[in-house]
Design a protein around this ligand. Structure first.
Ligand SMILES: Nc1nc2c(ncn2[C@@H]2O[C@H](COP(=O)(O)OP(=O)(O)OP(=O)(O)O)[C@@H](O)[C@H]2O)c(=O)[nH]1
Ligand SMILES: [Mg+2]
Length: 314
């Protein structure tokens, strides 16, 4: 059976038809390396939330790229970060789990930062899987990018990695992303599509709404607050024959003092977060989203194991 077929049959006929390519690709890298930005660029949709605050992603979020030759299922992972905090230990384990479950490993390196200990730890994690690794040197659109020093680091930390496995990209401007996707498709094994072709993510609607709210909350707050937030969807109701979705959600913080900061003077902050979230949600979905957003406290939630398990899906 040919590895690729040049048929351009619409729909997802390939799911049961001739073998194309199919791979799960884990995206691994330090916090803020640009993993979620890359996922969105690859999928052409906002699949994963993005912010300048490290450790924004808390789950293994899937984004699906469908092409003539086959399907790549990218799994975004939380940034790999060394620390003893409970939430962080779970996030790190989540990234580690992905190594075994993936066909290919896309290692994203931020070319504007010095490598240091954390980068070395990630490279050590990846070294035994070199035959499955592709590296993207990211943020090359920035003047302070130092791709050459990343290459030097790679030659020491991952010796034996072929030059044809290293790409200089910008996830933000899309530069060289297509070439990288082509290479990943070359390396993908033959197999059946895992999702129908019209899918670009497998996330449930309530999770996506919660994530967009969390992104806006992170972008509008400072210091410890971005890390002290999670979002709970209390209620979702479709109305007007599927034309309108009504969502009731809570932005949950750890302490009373954080609650008043997130609400803001005359509720100005929570209103801003709500409006920004609604604007994005209306772009994401083809129905209108109405959002009732309130703030509540769950004292020291980051110390609570069952909740952490639920939030990180692990
Ligand atoms: N200039 C530039 N900025 C980028 C690029 N890729 C990501 N960024 C920025 O870097 C920051 C972090 O990006 P994310 O995509 O959230 O990074 P991440 O690796 O998913 O981070 P965590 O989820 O925290 O591990 C954001 O402010 C992005 O806009 C790039 O190619 N160029
Ligand atoms: Mg992320």
């Amino acid at each position: 059976m040919p590895e690729t077929t040049d048929t351009s049959i619409p729909g997802n006929d390939n799911a049961g038809g001739g073998l194309k390519k199919s791979a799960v690709v884990a995206i691994i890298g330090r916090p803020s390396a640009g993993k979620s930005t890359f996922l969105n660029a690859a999928c052409g949709e906002k699949v994963s939330i993005v912010s300048p605050v490290p450790q924004t992603t808390r789950n293994a979020i899937r984004g699906i790229v469908n092409a003539e030759r086959g399907q790549l299922v990218f799994v975004d992972t939380p940034g790999y970060h060394e620390s003893d905090k409970k939430l962080n230990i779970r996030l790190k384990a989540l990234a580690r789990d992905r190594l075994g479950e993936s066909d290919l490993l896309l290692y994203l390196v931020d070319s504007t930062r010095e490598a240091g200990r954390e980068e070395t730890l990630i490279a050590e994690l990846l070294a035994p899987h070199l035959d499955r690794v592709v590296v993207a040197i990211n943020k090359t659109d920035l003047a302070e990018a130092r791709p050459a020093s990343v290459r030097t680091f790679l030659s020491v930390a991952l010796p034996g990695l072929g030059a044809d496995r290293v790409f200089e990209i910008s996830a933000k401007t899309d530069a060289n992303v297509d070439a990288l996707l082509t290479r990943l498709m070359d390396l993908a094994p033959a197999g059946q599509a895992m999702y129908p072709e019209e899918y670009y993510t497998d996330q449930a609607v309530d999770f996506r709404i919660a994530e967009v709210i969390r992104e806006k909350a992170i972008l509008n707050t400072r210091e410890e607050i971005p890390h002290a937030i999670y979002v709970e969807i209390a209620d979702l109701e479709m109305k007007k024959g599927g034309k309108e979705l009504w969502a009731r959600a809570f932005l949950v913080v750890e302490r009373e003092s954080q609650k008043s900061m997130v609400i803001g003077k005359g509720a100005s902050m929570i209103k801003k977060i709500r409006l920004e979230a609604v604007r994005d949600l209306n772009k994401l979905f083809d129905y209108r989203v109405n959002l009732d957003l309130q703030v509540k406290v769950n004292h020291n939630w980051r110390q609570k194991d069952p909740l952490l398990g639920r939030l990180t899906g692990r």
